[in-house]
Design a protein around this ligand. Structure first.
Ligand code: SF4
Length: 367
């Protein structure tokens, strides 16, 4: 089986659209489906799936973009650390352009600070080895998909006795914000497209309790258009028969238990902690922090940060509402005008997984 072309087969996509419309014909209103992951948002836009099921399915974009959900306070911390003398600050490329309260990492780099965009997180270890006289800080971001990689780097650094590599952990988890969105009475969602890559790590069982507790079906879906359409069809069928199961459409990669080894490695170095999400606020146990025994490599604790500084958001940016699923990018007054990928005002336009970036790339006429 061709894992790309077979899952982009236009005849199959159109047949699924027809089935979705037939199933939805008896519903009194369009079904609201949130795709949690930014990868799904881009797939829906790229293949115009919303238009194929227009009038019967309303896709709502969720908080599954690690750059988008990073609050201004964390960007400010990153800028503060990156401005310190003797520091090499490393992170993934998209983070550089996200505006903080007063500046961005990209602007600081322009002022001469040593801020590096990594191709792979493992490069942080290489940079630390090559620069023993500098403090190398790795600003780690991402959902469950990328957390194991950070745990691997921590393990390698500790095993090798690398003394000048510090970690600013900003890893977050999917189930906790999902719970917050499901509990929000202002958000009217009938079913969820579960993330692809995250689910490879956490496993399909991770969502069972949530689906039952909040009476919302979840379909774990691959990123290709056939995956998405098959998952939507399942969600409509579940919605009609009031079933609240976790449907694993992405069985070719996701198991019930997930990647147990990766989860154990993460649990060795990190523990759950409260994380402040852009748009969603503070959510208990939704982020990860280094365990107390690794305080000596925890950048947030080793370097004194000025926590009292007030943060400043771009006023007209509605990125937070978009991440909560209550607004869509074209509703923002700045969309495709003052805010573009070349000159982003908010994080949702910066990230390649952001909803604003997806609308700008594939559906600008909506502006
Ligand atoms: S278009 Fe720009 S300013 Fe508007 S919500 Fe998106 S990121 Fe924020």
């Amino acid at each position: 089986m061709d894992l790309i072309n077979d899952y982009r087969n236009s005849e199959l996509i159109l047949a699924l659209a027809k089935q979705i419309k037939a199933e939805a014909a008896t519903l009194s209103r369009p079904i609201n489906i949130m795709e949690i992951c930014g990868g799904h948002t881009h797939s829906i836009m790229k293949f115009a799936l919303g238009e194929l099921v227009e009038g019967v399915v309303n896709f709502i974009h969720g908080p599954g973009c690690p750059v988008c959900i990073m609050p201004v306070s964390r960007i400010d911390e990153a800028c503060e650390l990156a401005s310190m003398q003797g520091v090499i600050f490393c992170t993934l490329a998209d983070m550089l352009r996200v505006p903080g309260s007063h500046t961005s990492l990209l602007k600081l780099r322009g002022l001469g600070h040593d801020i590096r965009a990594l191709y792979t997180p493992l490069d942080a270890l290489k940079i630390a080895r090559q620069n023993p006289d500098k403090n190398v800080i790795f600003f780690a971001i991402g959902f469950e998909t990328t957390t194991p990689m950070s745990a691997v780097i921590i393990q390698k650094a500790l095993d090798e006795g690398v003394k000048n590599l510090y970690f600013h952990i900003n890893h977050v988890t999917v189930p906790a914000p999902l719970r917050a969105i499901m509990a929000d009475k202002n958000v009217n969602i009938d079913g969820f497209l579960g993330p692809s890559h995250v689910s490879v790590i956490v496993g399909s069982n991770a969502y069972k309790e949530l689906a039952l507790e909040f009476k919302r079906p979840i379909a774990i879906s691959g990123f290709e258009p056939v995956d998405v359409m098959a998952s939507v069809l399942n969600l409509i069928r579940q919605h009609k028969r009031a079933s609240f199961e976790v449907f694993n459409e992405y069985k070719r990669a996701v198991s019930a238990q997930g990647n147990v080894k990766a989860k154990e490695l993460v649990a060795k170095y990190m523990r759950p902690c409260t994380f402040e999400w852009r748009g969603l606020g503070e959510i208990d146990d939704s982020g990860l922090c280094l365990k107390d025994e690794y305080v000596s490599i925890d950048a947030r604790r080793v370097f004194a940060l000025q926590k009292e500084q007030a943060t400043k958001e771009a006023k007209a940016c509605i990125c937070g509402q978009i991440l909560r699923g209550v607004s869509k990018p074209p509703e923002c007054a700045l969309f495709a005008k003052a805010c573009t990928p070349n000159s982003p005002v908010g994080a949702c336009m910066v990230s390649s997984e952001g909803a604003c970036a997806a609308y700008y790339k594939y559906q600008r006429r909506g502006a």
